[in-house]
Design a protein around this ligand. Structure first.
Ligand code: GLN
Ligand code: ZN
Length: 763
């Protein structure tokens, strides 16, 4: 019998029960005991679903109140001093929540821990805060309690824990300069004994296998870290539990020999992202180790081509027999819970999809195909038919798009003239003052605006009434900006639910789920659109709103679009063609929209690319290829406009250093970026590079309700002007204002305009 396991199951619940319970608890409307009850129920349900599907080793520790890394930070007692944790006391739930969010029903508020993206996913983890004198101890018992809980329900528990090297790599601290700073390795001396203690306690509980996650093994690792892995795992494997070393999100590549040399009892490989590594591992695995083959995609929602998966693993089966285990490629955290809750997707499309619950069945079928091929034949044939139906469906192939794609090489991505020529044409057309002011696009999404959309969906509001109401919002937004004296106006994005969903709903080739929620961080979940086929734009998407806004004023109003890379990055993307191709199709659709905006008299057009940086591959060697096509797609969407049409782009908080050359290659006339929280530190990349085009460093943090003072904004801009030419600078907030209230928005923008006036007077 083939052993099946999962690296983790989504914890939020098919109806986001965890989110609701947590938020109610934070708001004080749910008791602690009720919250804990919801957690227990979800765990029991998820274990039962997995056991029923035939998974024999069940993950424990994949459940987390906010984030699995945060749980581990707490278990290790790595609680920053500002949370007032008593060194001898267990870390309680409210301390965990205070670390995540700054506040909890009990305990003194303190600055929350930093949160950042988990590898190349859209999940965010709470960053461990490291300090050279930090000590560790087992400070939270929930993992052990959950092991007992699973065992009491008759399951074989396989605890899932972050490995010490990955934990350190992902941590930050003032004493450390980078993820790979080897000074962090000094902490191992105190960390490893606690890991050993954890493993010993789990062994006492009767645990046989522990999954220890070292996803950093798919990154470029310095030698010191490779050596540390060897040293540490020698110490961790001395006890009675067996360790399954889990790697995912990529291939081991140059870390292969390190991974194979570790004295662990089993190794998990991501064979979806990196199937080729199997051939390299098999001859070197030895005659004792278990190999866990991650063959079902934990990062996407398509049904698996099981024939292909079988062909891949059959040589492994022949060599290893029952030493071959099967699993999803990574934790199923990154996919929605259950397709059965989708009532509105049509049957054809539904037949192509597989969510976490369905992936368990695929895994079981794969095992059956190995163990009892005759019995699996019928189900395999069904799966084969579904895969074939998708491949040949006319719904995914659009001849008009294909025809356009065929001549893509001949389409120019370049603007007509270089920046210097363009900017003077634009200055003549737009007549903007020095230090022009603008905003990033959205204005507060009030409860009233959201109610309009809800009523339209319910049918309680007619299309015409909705339209009229949005127009009123736009008019108010334009009047307000005129009144306070902003130079380049926006229409306010009142008609948009979300910057990707809005476009997806208007493009062909996209589908939307009802319950396809995926955890983004804490209680926040996102419902990514599904790009299933060729993307095209049946009709203009934003022109009517933008043209209406422009008709209200003589000042320029920015057309506002979401860029191709960002739409791609925040969707589930078809897997039957390279991502680059899908991105190009998006870019072509946006290119048409840009030209239509220009035809409609829109003189400034912004294409947001906040996700450009986060799309970077995990390995540096793969960066140039990605950046090449990502930049190309942006240029494809913007390149066709006249010299005197001004293009803008926007990016949120990011390390710009690594990609500054690519940002410059995008050749947007103006870029607005998030810089205020870093006190303009992030601008340094642009300064050092002598970034040639216009730039608007954000002057106030839209994530906070605090209103920036005029002096403070002037100070930030002077700092920017010290290292960049003043005539290239714009004054704008860090990002869109949709999450803010009107009151603080008004004060902040008025101060911003005042600051710009003062800068002009001073110059
Ligand atoms: N134009 C968008 C807005 O203003 C940009 C949001 C973003 O960068 N995340 O809301
Ligand atoms: Zn932003």
């Amino acid at each position: 019998m083939t052993t099946l396991h999962t690296l983790g199951f989504p914890r939020i619940g098919a109806r986001r029960e965890l989110k609701q319970a947590q938020e109610a608890y934070w708001a004080g409307t749910l008791q602690r005991s009720e919250l804990e009850h919801v957690g227990r129920e979800l765990r029991a349900r998820h274990w039962a679903a997995q056991a029923e599907a035939g998974i024999s080793l069940l993950p424990v520790g994949d459940f987390a109140w906010y984030d699995q890394m945060l749980e581990w930070n707490c278990l290790l007692g790595a609680v920053p001093p500002r949370f007032g944790q008593d060194a001898g006391e267990p870390v309680d739930l409210d301390t965990l929540f205070r670390m995540a969010r700054g506040r909890a029903p009990s305990g003194t508020p303190a600055a929350a821990c930093e949160m950042t993206k988990w590898f190349d996913t859209n999940y965010h983890y709470i960053v461990p805060e490291l300090h050279p004198s930090q000590t560790y101890r087992i400070a939270r018992d929930s993992l052990f309690e959950q092991v007992a809980e699973a065992q009491a329900q008759g399951h074989q528990a396989k605890p899932v824990i972050p490995g010490p090297l990955s934990w350190l790599w992902l941590g930050k601290g003032d004493a450390y300069t980078s993820a790979g700073d080897s000074a962090k390795l000094d902490l191992l001396e105190r960390l490893v004994p606690v890991y050993r203690e954890v493993l010993a306690r789990l062994a006492d509980q009767g645990v046989e296998w522990v999954q220890i996650d070292e996803p950093i093994l798919v990154l470029d690792l310095p030698d010191a870290w490779q050596r540390a892995l060897l040293r540490v795992y020698d110490q961790l494997t001395a006890g009675p539990v067996k360790l399954l070393l889990a790697t995912y999100f990529g291939g081991l590549n140059d870390n292969l020999f390190t991974a194979l040399a570790l004295p662990v009892a089993g190794l998990h490989l991501d064979l979806v992202r990196a199937p080729e590594q199997l051939a390299a591992v098999l001859p070197r695995l030895g005659d004792k180790k278990i190999l866990s083959a991650g063959v079902i995609n934990g990062r996407n929602i398509w049904r698996t081509d099981l024939d292909k998966a079988l062909a891949l693993i059959e040589p492994a089966r022949a060599q290893l027999g029952e030493r071959l285990w099967l699993a999803p490629s990574c934790s199923l955290l990154h996919v929605p819970v259950d397709l059965a809750h989708e009532q509105k997707l049509d049957a054809e499309l539904k037949g192509w999809l597989s969510f976490a619950r369905q992936k368990l069945d695929e895994l079981a079928l794969l095992a059956q195909a190995l163990d009892a091929p005759a019995e699996a034949a019928e189900a395999l044939a069904g799966q084969r038919a579904a895969i074939a139906a998708r491949a040949t469906s006319p719904r995914i192939h659009n001849p008009a798009v294909q025809a356009y794609m065929a001549v893509l090489d001949g389409v120019s991505r370049d603007r007509q003239s270089p920046f210097e020529t363009r900017i003077s044409a634009q200055q003549q057309a737009l007549k903007l003052p020095a230090f022009p002011t603008t905003t990033i696009g959205s204005f507060p999404q009030t409860r009233e605006i959201r109610a309009l959309r809800r009523d339209l969906k319910k049918g309680a509001l007619s299309e015409a009434d909705y339209d009229a109401a949005i127009r009123r919002e736009i008019e108010q937004c334009i009047r307000y900006q005129e009144e306070i004296g902003i130079d380049v106006l926006v229409h306010g994005e009142a008609e948009r639910n979300d910057m990707v969903e809005y476009f997806g709903e208007l493009l062909e080739g996209f589908a939307f789920t009802q319950n396809g929620w995926v955890q983004s961080y804490g209680s926040r979940c996102v419902k990514p659109p599904v790009i299933f086929g060729d993307v095209s734009r049946p009709q203009p998407m934003t022109v009517a709103w933008s043209a209406y806004a422009q008709s209200l004023t003589d000042k320029p109003v920015k057309g506002m679009l979401t860029g191709p890379v960002t739409i791609l990055q925040w969707s589930f993307v078809r897997d039957d063609q390279p991502r680059q191709k899908t991105c190009e199709q998006l870019a072509l659709a946006l290119r048409q929209e840009v030209l239509d905006l220009e035809d409609a008299g829109i003189r400034v057009i912004q294409i947001d690319e906040p996700a450009l940086r986060e799309g970077l591959p995990l390995r540096r060697a793969d960066w140039p290829a990605y950046l090449g096509w990502a930049v190309d797609c942006f240029r494809l969407s913007t390149g066709a406009v006249r010299d005197d049409t001004q293009t803008h782009t926007h990016m949120c908080y990011a390390e710009f250093n690594d990609i500054i050359e690519s940002i410059a290659a995008m050749d947007a006339d103006v870029i607005t970026i998030e810089t205020s929280r870093s006190n303009m530190e992030l601008l340094k990349a642009f300064e050092d590079f002598h970034y040639p085009n216009d730039i608007g460093p954000g002057v106030y943090d839209i994530h906070s309700p605090n209103v920036p003072e005029v002096d403070w904004i002037v100070g930030l801009m002077q700092k920017a002007a010290a290292n960049l030419p003043a005539e290239r600078l714009w004054v704008n907030p860090d990002c869109g204002l949709k999450t803010r209230g009107w009151e603080e928005t008004r004060s902040a923008l008025e101060n911003m305009v005042q600051a710009a006036r003062r800068l002009r007077d001073a110059g």
